[in-house]
Design a protein around this ligand. Sequence first.
Ligand code: PAF
Length: 279
Amino acid sequence: MNVITTVADMIAARERLPRPLGLVPTMGYLHEGHMTLARCARRDCRSVIASIFVNPTQFGPNEDFAAYPRDMERDLAMLTNEGVDIVFAPTVEEMYPQGFSTYVNVEKVTDVLEGARRPGHFRGVATVVTKLFTVIRPDRSYFGQKDGQQVAVIKRMTADLALGTEIVVVPTVREPDGLAMSSRNVYLTPAERAAAPVLYRALCRARDMHKDGIRDANALRAEVTRMIVAEPLATLDYVSVADAATLQELEAVDRPAMISLACRFGRARLIDNVVIGQG
Ligand code: PAF
């Protein structure tokens, strides 16, 4: 496996790779969720590139950029094991050189949920992902459903700007007790870790209610809220039942929808979602 750290070397290397080329964008500190993305890319594509870049522009001033967990040596060993061909691991100066002043703003779908609570977050995500797409020119790009709004934003942006890569969305990988895998789970204390699976239990309950024919979005929101506020270690931020593509809140679940939530357990702010009413 080849590790590339500069944009110029990455552009040169991409030209030599057999197509189709798959990209797995990450911020490192890899877990089974990322490995599943890499495995899907390996299955579908003749060449696979994973990027490791903790992107400063998607963190707010009071967020965990400096503290974000990092372990490059372990990440490289894991990606070698999955048969990834190239890791693109640029420095911040390489991605945002002196004078950098071009940003990508995706409107509307970023106004709600995480976008409303983390101003500038999706501008940072959209900018760095556009730059990765431009430098690497992947045929397919792999993202986890766990970051449901990120998926909606990247799909919208890729279609709007004709970025020429297929967005492949991979189902959320979960711990045996249902907790969605996330690099931020390391922030949980043992007691918080034991309590956190309530998030997925609540989402599953709402999904079951929908399967049983309940279409009233308020009833689904209320049930998820009830279950989570009953957990003393959880501080619920929001519960949303929204159109899966636009993320506009629904009154009635009469189309594909995403039930999503954000919740704080001590230092860790966790997000999770399930999609309902698809196919
Ligand atoms: O999902 C992530 O890890 C990041 O938001 C991404 C897509 C790699 C952009 O920095």
